[in-house]
Structure formats: structure tokens, C-alpha cells
Ligand binder design. Sequence first.
Ligand code: TMP
Length: 235
Amino acid sequence: MKNQLIYSGKAKDIYATDDENVIISVYKDQATMLNGARKETIDGKGMLNNQISSFIFEKLNVEGIKTHFIKQISDNEQLNKKVDIIPLEVVLRNVAAGSFSKRFGVGEGLALENPIVEFYYKKDELNDPFINDEHVQFLNIASEEEIAYLKEETRRINKLLKEWFAKIGLQLIDFKLEFGRDAQGNIILADEFSPDNCRLWDVDGNHMDKDVFRRDLGSLTAAYQVVLDKLKELA
Ligand code: TMP
């Protein structure tokens, strides 16, 4: 079933299967930051992210969001539809934090009245630069209609996620999504949704996401385990 390795990323390895339209994603016990400049092995991280992402994608599928998720097949593996990844990091922000706070000089924690969607060009050699709609079109990454769809779908996903996390006492500050085109050319949600690519603050303002690693705030897996346990309360 699991054939050759077709891609090795920072957090996941991707394997081909006997079905050309299906891949296996293997979540790794690795944490990186600054485009891989800092890299650490964290036992158990892959398993936690696979479980968290599987849980969320399954719920998104139920809500009618088109995603690449088929099913979780082991602690650290899932079956996904094969897509061509659109080289964009689509970031949505509900609350100012991280690079937004730095770029615009606003304090972390300021609630944004209207959630803001940003695009970053996924290109390691260029350090994933911040780009706008016109750059996306210039680079032939997506058409005007596709850009509108990406933004609309991201806002729709935000509404669902924000509500789910609020129910378990976590505030969804911001997150990053990636989309891809399937064999029929449809744009569907791909990659993962885990505390590696979102910010979650608990009621006491504790960081329950990768900022624990980025800012050396304690045990990353302890925080991720709490997120997974809380999510299971929604099941
Ligand atoms: P930022 O504040 O560093 O721009 O990050 C915004 C959100 O996007 C945050 O939840 C972390 C996530 N993110 C990724 O998942 N991958 C990345 O490469 C970057 C820069 C951010």
C-alpha cells in the first residue's frame, strides 16, 4: 500500500500508494522555525498533530468543506487525496499577533473587527514573502475568481473553527491554510490544521500552539495533548 516517498517536508513525508490519486501523509516528530534554521526532534509531536488534524478535517468534511482528507490510518499516518499544492500560505487573523503585530506595530491581543486574510508566496529560497492579490495573478498562481474563492473558503472555515475552539475554551487567534488542485482541477483544502499552524490561547492567555516552541515557553507536547483532549470533548 505505502509505495515510494514522493516528498519530504519539514513536518511530513508523503508516500505514493497503489492508487495514483491517493497519498499517505506521515507526520514527523520534528519542529522547525525560521524556515528550518532551527530544527528539533520532539517525541510524540507527529502523532498529536496527525490526530488533531484528522479530527478537524473530518469535522470540516462533515460541514461540506471540500478537503483532501480521506481517513486516519495509524497514529501518525493519514490517507489523503493527491493534489497539486497551490504555492500560497493563506493566513487568516482574528486577533493581532506574531508577524502582523511586528509589521504594523500593534500589540498582540488586539481583536481585529473584521478578520484579515493574507497571502504569502510559498518559496523557501525567498523566505515565503508577503504578497497581494495582484502578485498572485502576476505569478500565475491563481486567477481572480480563484483568489476570491480561496478568501471566501478561508473565512467560512474560520467561522466553523472559531466556534469549535470557543466551545472548548480556546481562542483561535490566527491560522495558516494551504489549498491544492485535485485530479479534476477542483480547489480543495489540503495540508494540515494543527497547533503547528495556528495560534490558540486559553482563557488565562496561555499559548497552546507552536509559540511554545518558538518562544521557549515549556513543553510543546503537553500543550498539544491538552488541545487534542479538549477537541475530543466535541466528538
Ligand atoms: P505569523 O504571525 O508568523 O505570520 O503567523 C501567522 C499564522 O500562520 C500562525 O498561526 C502561524 C502560521 N504560520 C505557519 O503555519 N507557517 C509559517 O511558515 C508561518 C510564517 C506562519
